[in-house]
Design a protein around this ligand. Structure first.
Ligand code: GDD
Ligand code: MG
Length: 360
């Protein structure tokens, strides 16, 4: 039985001031097509299963917004966390709960905030991943890398697994989460690496076994919480007492890296379009371009430019934004904050946000 699980946490600080802790990236309609990233994720996953087998794991602070945006989500399938513990605990909680509900469940975890194009290629990659997961593999999706990014996991492709229903499935001979720039560049030059697409398909029980092996404290805590889940009073007690003690660790470090060393991770190389829309530069690349013009996200009648090519302007305050003679700028104007930076440095907005916090 295939369950689609969407862990939705993290603020997406590199897209500040569009995304905020109070309104993270996954709740935003970044392409202005009428669906937020989490809604688009829901739409993309629905053909793989039924709405009764779609699960979202999010923070307490965002559970109302998620419920509003996804009216078909069953209340029992919305798992709310008292505090962020990263993707290890979020995906692990879904696995622990699913093991009790359905011991044969296969879980596919999909990031809440990616943009994907090519629905047929996506669905066929996931169905190969499901077939591979039946053979007790943690299955990832490998994205062809375009540059030595340091914000992704890297997967080294090993031998083909010769699974009839998954002709493209290969073993992962190494998984390295977020290497430094030099290491990333050396991986790229071999031509033998893929980016980890942030999707994991695995038997729920097998994931719990892996967690028990590599992160016993996390596994044990999650199992106790899952046992208490269906009764509100016991659940609240378990979340109050056990959740704060859980290790805070990403699934990639917790499980994917050590499991790859033991030959337990597989990969399906993707043929669909993929973008994690991490910063304003990658966001701008999704927007239609006109020669010698900046790209505009929003109402273009609020933007006037002269000799200001490249870059991106987000007029989200209702104010007029006017530029003269400045190329490749990122200008994001919201009602209470204005960001001005360059395309080349939009990755570093994260650091700036930390500084803004200090400044109060
Ligand atoms: N519920 C919940 N709680 N979800 C969380 C939490 C949390 O505390 N922390 C992260 N998530 C969710 C995010 O919303 C996202 O859907 C997923 O878990 C991955 O977390 P990110 O924080 O976005 O990870 P990342 O982007 O740094 O790295 C991951 O994704 C890359 C691709 O975009 C890794 O899997 C990399 O290996 C991968 O390349
Ligand atoms: Mg991410």
């Amino acid at each position: 039985d295939f369950w689609a699980v969407v862990p939705a946490g993290g603020a997406g600080t590199r897209l500040w001031p569009l995304s905020r802790e109070s309104c993270p990236k996954f709740l935003l309609d970044l392409t202005l097509r009428g669906r937020s990233l989490i809604q688009a994720t829901w739409d993309r996953l629905l053909p793989l299963t039924t709405h009764t087998r779609m699960m979202i794991v999010t923070g307490n602070a965002h559970s109302d917004a998620v419920r509003d945006q996804l009216p078909d989500l069953l209340p029992a399938n919305l798992l709310a966390e008292p505090s962020p513990k990263e993707s290890g605990a979020a995906i692990g909680l879904a696995a622990a709960v699913l093991c009790l509900r359905n011991p044969d469940a296969i879980l596919g975890s999909f990031a809440a905030d990616h943009m994907i194009s090519g629905a047929d290629a996506f669905l066929s990659a996931v169905s190969e991943a499901v077939a591979t997961a039946r053979y007790n593999h943690l299955v990832t999706i490998g994205i062809a890398p375009s540059h030595p990014a340091t914000g992704f996991g890297y997967i080294r492709l090993g031998d083909n697994l010769e699974i009839p229903e998954a002709p493209n499935a290969r073993i992962v001979s190494q998984f390295k989460e977020k290497p430094d720039a030099k290491t990333a560049a050396s991986y790229l030059s071999t031509g033998n690496y893929r980016w980890n697409g942030g999707m994991f398909v695995v038997k729920a029980q097998f994931l719990m076994d892996l967690l028990k092996e590599y992160q016993p404290k996390l596994a044990e805590g999650l199992e106790q919480i899952a046992l208490a889940w269906d009764d509100e009073i016991s659940r609240e007690k378990a979340l109050r007492e056990i959740w704060p003690t859980l290790p805070k660790i990403a699934i990639d470090h917790a499980v994917a890296e050590p499991a790859a060393l033991e030959g337990k991770v597989a990969v399906i190389p993707a043929t669909f379009g993929w973008d994690d829309v991490g910063d304003f530069t990658s966001l701008s690349e999704m927007l239609p371009a006109e020669i010698n013009q900046p790209r505009i996200l929003g109402d273009s009648s609020h933007v006037v430019t002269e000799q200001s090519a490249g870059g991106i302007i987000v007029p989200a305050s209702g104010r007029l934004v006017a530029c003269l003679g400045v190329d490749d700028l990122v200008i994001v104007d919201t009602h209470d904050a204005l960001l001005v930076t360059t395309r080349a440095r939009s990755q570093e907005v994260k650091r700036l946000v930390a500084k803004c916090r200090e400044a109060g």
